[in-house]
Design a protein around this ligand. Structure first.
Ligand code: ADP
Ligand code: MG
Length: 610
């Protein structure tokens, strides 16, 4: 229930929809019920119109109250017959029915429109909210979560919420109203009959509740399974080349198809349960009608009925209508479970707290003037310690290189500077200020980052370089591209800067992609550059081009470079050798060569293999 109301809160401002909806619905219900209420007088007119007389205006004397609605209609029809004759009354009743059907449907149309507006509005809010909160989450969240699961929550679960939770709203507002209206009519015709027939309600409610009981667990399972499928799809699409190269298509197909199969199985069994609710309630509804026909008919046949025949027929006609809202209510009970389950998944994503947030009194840092400093910094992913008590100072304007065996913690150390992760102990200072006391945005604005993988988006070259900077001019972008050694190849492409580079930049070579990434970093003109193996994915020739680009990039900046090929960092002001999370050596190239330690060993290995 809590989940339901929270989901509803996304409909804010709900009054904007609820008030017009309730009003139009009331009118729709009144007009469409009126039809049926007019049935009795109509039948009366048709069959008994001539020998009326037992209800004269005089005999009705007192004006009927709302509880005697039927009597009221009869009163007016009788009044008509007396005033205009049977034919006149018949015309009048028919005209009224047509008008009330028309009005009833007009109002119903408007009430549905309002409901649809509200549904769309709610969904838009929910989708935006969940996307925003996912974007705000810390990086660590994404390494523990399957991407496909997140995608399916935003894409499919939100949709499920739409069709069930907001769908039930319609039921919640409208059907009870209809039901009450019908009940008033039924009670006004015959309280006794109505009372007996309602005894069936608890029985059918009990049976339906048994049927839908397991639906929630199944709904959760089905949504998880769907998330898995999307994950497989995502992995298969992004790894299609490798899958083909390793002849793994069969393996991948099997994996997908077995997940697909178990998903289909859950969905099938859910659908069976859900669909059971409707025939069960319909069966009980019709059984009720049959019992009433039997009992009422018995009374009528034996002339012991307090009801006249037309009243009785009207009663049955109205009663048969009761089953419709009753069925709608029980149907929505059977589908709401998937909505609630989906809603819970979506809300869990919304409630996920980003671990890295600005502290309440965080200040913005506007420039970089002195140094970046690590003091006794230790870091662990889960249990495993990756950095232990690292001390390091990066003065402004210097180029610092991080080298060491793979898995030594170089990338981890670098990721701590823009606060992608938080160290377990120790502190990192920028210009003497702990980075935890700075706003994340201002801190990251000081840094340009180029990684080994060139992360590009399916867009034009221009937009990839200007990425996120809507005010970047053509000159700025071209300048950045020149510095990154990218301008020449860009102008040679078909549409120059307006060329679309394809999904993740697949239409470009590795070196070209990397130079676009560098241009992107240059455009921001940040004082600090963080380069993590920016050239290691490249062949020697494009490495040279990219290295030149990087040298341009690092000019007049403070840089921290992780380099796989040690020849590229020989000119660094300081080289730091990191092994198993500890700094084992530091100094410039010559010092370290003379030291004859790990660095020397690494150099020898590379010269040997080269
Ligand atoms: P390097 O860049 O020096 O090759 P990394 O900093 O990437 O090394 O990794 C250091 C260690 O941390 C490795 O042993 C690796 O297994 C582990 N590691 C890296 N990223 C994660 C992660 N997201 N979750 C858990 N362990 C990780
Ligand atoms: Mg690394």
């Amino acid at each position: 229930m809590k989940t339901y109301f929270r989901l509803l809160s996304f409909a804010k401002p709900i009054e904007k929809f609820a008030i017009p909806y309730v009003i139009t619905t009331i009118f729709a219900v009144v007009f469409s019920t009126l039809n049926l209420a007019l049935l009795a007088p109509l039948l009366q007119t048709l069959f008994f119109g001539k020998n009326i007389g037992h209800t004269t205006i005089a005999s009705l004397g007192v004006r009927p109250s709302i509880l005697h609605l039927m009597a009221a209609f009869k009163y007016y029809v009788d009044y008509m017959i007396i005033s205009y004759g049977s034919w006149g009354a018949l015309k009048f009743v028919c005209a009224t029915i047509v008008i009330s059907v028309f009005l009833g449907n007009v109002f119903r149309y408007y009430s549905q429109r309002v409901m649809e507006d509200m549904r769309v509005h709610t969904l838009r809010n929910l989708r935006n909210k969940v996307f925003d909160s996912v974007m705000n989450l810390h990086l660590g969240f994404f390494s523990n979560e399957r991407k496909g699961d997140i995608i399916s929550k935003i894409a499919s679960d939100v949709q499920v919420v739409q069709f069930t939770v907001t769908g039930t709203l319609q039921v919640v507002f409208k059907e009870p109203l209809t039901l009450i209206f019908y009940m008033v009519l039924l009670f006004s015709i015959s309280a006794k009959l109505t009372f007996y027939s309602l005894l069936v309600v608890p029985v059918s409610a009990f049976i339906i509740s048994r049927i839908v009981k397991r639906l929630k667990a199944q709904a959760v399972a089905s949504q998880q399974s769907y998330g898995n499928m999307i994950s497989y799809l995502d992995e298969a699409l992004s790894g299609i080349k490798i899958i083909k190269a390793f002849n793994a298509t069969d393996f991948i197909k099997k994996r997908f198809s077995s997940e697909n199969q178990s998903y289909s199985k859950i969905v099938r069994s859910m659908a069976r349960r859900q669909q059971m609710a409707s025939p069960v309630s319909e069966f009980f509804g019709v059984t009720m009608v049959a019992c009433i026909v039997l009992y009422g008919g018995y009374l009528v046949l034996n002339n012991r009925s307090p009801l006249s025949a037309p009243d009785f027929i009207t009663y049955i006609a109205i009663f048969s209508q009761v089953t419709r809202p009753a069925k709608a209510i029980s149907d929505s009970f059977s589908t709401i479970h998937s909505g609630i389950a989906a809603g819970e998944r979506v809300l869990a994503l919304i409630d996920e707290k980003p671990l890295i947030v600005d502290s309440p009194n965080a200040v913005a840092i506007s420039g970089f003037n002195e140094s970046i400093e690590f003091k006794q910094v230790s870091f662990a992913y889960q249990e495993k310690e990756v950095l232990s008590e690292v001390n390091l100072k990066i003065p402004k304007g210097k180029t610092i290189a991080l080298v060491g065996p793979s898995g030594g913690g170089k990338s981890t150390l670098m990721d701590l500077i823009p606060r992608f992760m938080e160290p377990q102990s120790g502190e990192i200072l920028v210009d003497g200020k702990n980075i935890q006391a700075l706003t994340v945005d201002s801190l990251r604005a000081l840094m340009g980052i180029v990684n080994q993988e060139s992360i590009l988006f399916n867009d034009t070259i221009f937009n990839n370089i200007a990425f996120g900077k809507t005010d970047a001019t053509k000159e700025q972008v071209e300048n950045a591209a020149r510095i990154a050694n990218a301008h020449n190849f860009i102008v040679e492409t078909e549409e120059g800067y307006e060329t679309n580079i394809g999904d993740r930049g697949t239409k470009l070579s590795g070196g070209q992609r990397q130079r676009i990434c560098i241009a992107r970093a240059v455009l921001n003109n940040p004082p600090i550059m963080l380069l993590d193996e920016a050239t290691s994915a490249l062949d020697t020739e494009s490495e040279k081009l990219v290295q030149d680009a990087l040298n341009n990039l690092m000019k007049n900046r403070t840089s921290l470079i992780i380099a796989h090929r040690l020849s590229t960092i020989q000119n660094a002001d300081l080289i730091i050798v990191l092994e198993s999370g500890k700094i084992v050596e530091k100094g410039n190239h010559l010092e370290l060569i003379n030291h004859n330690g790990l660095y020397r060993k690494l150099i020898d290995m590379q010269t040997f293999s080269a």
